[in-house]
Design a binder for this molecule. Structure first.
Ligand SMILES: Cc1cc2nc3c(=O)[nH]c(=O)nc-3n(C[C@H](O)[C@H](O)[C@H](O)COP(=O)(O)OP(=O)(O)OC[C@H]3O[C@@H](n4cnc5c(N)ncnc54)[C@H](O)[C@@H]3O)c2cc1C
Length: 371
């Protein structure tokens, strides 16, 4: 069977406008045919349904660009290992997926389209299974971690220290999926806020989102001595080591991966000059400023610039972070890291590009949500 990306894309385009219904149908089929698989998924399936379609959309529209696709599938394969997915599950998923497509793309579905999907699925599953298997025996699928510190910096932001059972291999700037005992099988990504340490501890900066499952569990219902589970470290916003001066723009808990990168840069090799623009709505929400100021006093090449957007009485730099970044100076000769709420990151990157910074010089995390 040969790949036919055109047929796959054409039929998928018919399903996209009814993605919510199709995803609900897909999981209904999957669990009806394989009731034992339900226990692998979280109690509430809304986030899961979104993730399915986001992943499927990226896979389908990347079928023509094998380089990007295999990097994505490699990550998905490793990620799914952490959720307990094994090779046998792929057959069950294929059967539910084809049933869903047959129903929701009925107007264009024929034997040739079905063969194209089967071939594409087989190729995708092969890469994902291969990636998962290549990691088995080298590193665990997940790490159990004990909470050794829980510091409430504001009513809704906690800095949490964890000690993993076994070393967690990660690069500064990466994130891990986290599961709490309160909500089994509900995983959310959180950035690691420190460079690897000799004692193996990792820190998370967590803001409780109103009504959020995992963030409120971590901020409000987690104590020293509790256990959480971490998946494999992920993410490509890691130190580039270009030797150029560095600009970091961090909004809210977007500071976490930036701080890990800073710790790495100031303790390794030649030290470039670093500007950290650290923003929040109020001065009180600059929850890590004392620590950053301490860091800067030990490393004169680091300049920490606090920025407040929502308090007209604030005595320092005021305004939205993207605007202040642009106002301060040109950054087109810098290595740049940007992290925070999706809107802030998008707008900062847009302004930097507009002022001549090449896209390749700007690193950012996957989208984090609204705040
Ligand atoms: C790569 C990556 C790294 C991240 N790192 C961090 C980090 O270091 N620290 C941190 O605090 N968070 C971080 N996040 C966000 C985090 O993963 C969760 O999305 C967030 O904590 C909410 O999860 P929840 O289970 O509490 O809420 P959910 O149960 O998923 O959502 C509850 C409600 O809140 C809304 N919601 C979800 N997320 C947000 C948000 N960010 N802002 C406003 N409303 C929201 C949802 O739409 C829903 O209505 C990161 C996200 C990504 C993608």
């Amino acid at each position: 069977m040969s790949l036919n990306p055109r047929l796959v894309k054409e039929s998928f385009a018919v399903v996209e406008p009814v993605a919510d219904k199709a995803a609900a149908y897909f999981y209904g089929r999957l669990f009806a045919e394989n009731p034992h698989l339900r226990a692998m998924f979280p109690p509430a399936m809304d986030v899961q349904r979104d993730r399915l379609f986001t992943a499927l959309t990226r896979i389908v529209w990347s079928l023509d660009s094998p380089g990007g696709l295999s990097a994505l599938l490699d990550r998905l394969g490793r990620d799914h290992r952490g959720y307990g997915v094994v090779a046998e599950h792929y057959g069950a998923v294929e059967s539910a997926l084809l049933a869903t497509l047959r129903r929701f793309a009925a107007e264009v579905w024929d034997a040739e389209t079905e063969a194209a999907w089967s071939a594409a699925y087989a190729a995708v599953a092969d890469i994902m299974i291969g990636s998962a298997e290549s990691e088995a025996g080298i590193r665990p699928a997940w790490w159990s971690a004990e909470v050794t510190g829980h510091e409430l910096r504001t009513p809704d932001i906690a800095v949490i220290t964890l000690r993993t059972a076994g070393r967690l291999p990660y690069l500064p700037g990466q994130y891990v999926n986290v599961q709490t005992a309160r909500w089994p099988r509900v995983w959310r990504p959180f950035s690691i806020a420190n460079a690897p340490r000799r004692d193996g501890t990792v820190r998370l900066h967590v803001r409780a989102v109103p009504g959020g499952w995992v963030s409120t569990a971590l901020v409000g219902h987690t104590r020293v001595g509790d256990t959480v589970t971490l998946g494999s470290p992920l993410g490509t916003m890691t130190p580039q080591g270009s030797g150029r001066d560095i600009l970091c723009v961090a909004g809210g808990t977007g500071l976490a991966p930036i701080k890990a990168i800073l710790e790495h840069v100031i303790t390794s090799g030649p030290r470039p000059r670093i500007h950290l623009l650290y923003g929040a709505r109020t001065a009180r929400e600059l929850y890590d400023l004392p620590d950053l100021t301490r860091m800067a006093s030990g490393f004169p090449s680091l300049r920490v610039v606090p920025v407040v957007s929502g308090d007209p009485g604030y005595g320092g730099l005021r305004g939205p972070l993207p605007e202040v970044t642009e106002r301060l100076r040109r950054w087109d000769d810098h290595e740049i890291y940007v992290c925070g709420p999706a809107g802030m990151v998008g707008e900062t990157v847009r302004r930097l590009r507009r002022n001549g910074t090449p896209s390749a010089a700007i690193l950012r995390d996957p989208v984090r949500g609204a705040r």
